[in-house]
Design a protein around this ligand. Structure first.
Ligand SMILES: Nc1ncnc2c1ncn2[C@@H]1O[C@H](COP(=O)(O)OP(=O)(O)OP(=O)(O)O)[C@@H](O)[C@H]1O
Length: 359
């Protein structure tokens, strides 16, 4: 297991990058804790796989360096970095049995038979392949083969890190939940440094201690699922995480008062003169539907009934607004206004969160 440090790291696939736009990874400086589980989350093309491949050694960064426990490994290959990897599609030996596939990484490192039996047994239990241990991998479903790839990735205890690149893509939806839970349990037990690439927020939020949210080659925030929910550092984070994501309203902020086209909202904090594009970010969970005249008037377009609440889709000032209403609240035709719960109102300047002074 290792602490991973990214120092002034940046990457361009061009030979002679000239400007910022030529880079798919913008300069990064981060230290990732030894033994923590991270998820790299972001939309397609934001640079997740590029970053993962730089950490694994498949790719050499155009700029900066990468350190494992303070040792510079920027130019070391994957084997010398001593990491395990699980890819999007299964990597298994078809002619070997499931057991032989799981034993392979341990035998390669010269582990003794007793340890191999014990370790393969516990991994087989975790990924639920005990009943097919003596079957050849050939002929197994893609789903089963991917479970074996996951098992092979996790069977060695002495790796510096385990890297997962969208490993649950081919897994059946029901099994996905099961495997995510198992991965989390294995992480708790073994405390490997794990990095898991995904574009699925549920996957990221259930698996990771910390989620690294990326967009357009930038790391916008590294935080616990709670931090990303309560204090999104950037409007994109607020919008990308949550279902539906955070609402954003243009506003003017003076002291502890926000003005939304004539409607005043008292804030929990006070802000010194803010310059630039000023917006309030409010998650749908922190907006209340209220009677006409009690708040900001909206136009309701649709009401959706989901598991334990309703989602009200509406418009305010030609912008979409989503509101989450508890299932026991009856929505009447006169409820056409909204109010904000103060603890859920964040202030953004040019898309970045600004903290005021608490009142
Ligand atoms: N070998 C390559 N040569 C040139 N450009 C590349 C190469 N690989 C990726 N890119 C570009 O780099 C950017 C980041 O790609 P990357 O695969 O890292 O993103 P990602 O977030 O992992 O996306 P996805 O979820 O679709 O895999 C994209 O614009 C992509 O087109």
């Amino acid at each position: 297991m290792a602490k991973i440090t990214l120092s002034n790291l940046a990457h361009s696939y061009m030979k002679n990058p000239k400007n910022k736009e030529d880079y798919v990874l913008q300069p990064l400086n981060h230290e990732w804790d030894d033994g923590a589980a991270y998820a790299l989350l972001g939309p397609s093309g934001c640079g997740k796989s590029t970053l993962l491949n730089i950490i694994s050694g498949i790719l050499t960064p155009s700029e900066g360096s990468i350190l494992f426990d303070d040792k510079d490994v920027t130019f070391a290959d994957t084997t010398n970095r001593n990491i395990a990897q699980v890819f999007q599609f299964p990597v298994v030996y078809d002619t070997m049995t499931v057991r032989e596939n799981l034993e392979f990484p341990l035998k390669n490192r010269g582990a003794n038979n007793q340890y191999i039996d014990q370790r393969v047994g516990s991994i087989a239990r975790a990924i639920q392949v005990e009943d097919i241990l003596d079957k050849k991998a050939r002929g197994l479903s893609a789903d089963a083969k991917q479970k074996i790839s996951l098992g092979r990735g996790m069977v060695r205890e002495d790796v510096n890190a385990i890297l997962f690149d969208e490993p649950l893509t081919v897994i059946d939806p029901h099994m996905k939940w099961e495997l995510r839970t198992q991965l989390k349990a294995l992480h708790k037990e073994l405390k490997h440094t794990m990095i898991f690439v995904t574009h699925d927020q549920t996957e990221a939020l259930t698996f990771a201690d910390k989620v690294v949210v990326m967009n357009g080659g930038h790391v916008l925030q590294i935080g616990t699922p709670e931090e990303l929910f309560e204090k999104p550092a950037h409007t994109f984070v607020g919008y990308f995480i949550g279902s539906p994501g955070m609402n954003v309203f243009e506003a003017k902020v003076t002291g502890n008062i926000a003005n939304l086209q004539g409607y005043e909202v008292n804030l929990n904090s006070t802000y010194k003169s803010l310059q630039g594009k000023i917006e309030l970010g409010i998650r749908p969970e922190f907006i209340e539907l209220c009677e006409d005249g009690e708040g900001i008037k909206i136009e309701i377009s649709r009401i959706e009934d989901v598991a334990h609440h309703k989602i009200v889709r509406a418009k305010y000032n030609n912008r979409k607004v989503n509101i989450i209403v508890p299932e026991d609240v009856k929505i009447t035709p006169t409820m056409n206004s909204i109010k904000f719960k103060l603890e859920g109102v964040n202030v953004y300047v040019n898309d970045w969160l600004v903290e005021g002074e608490l009142l």
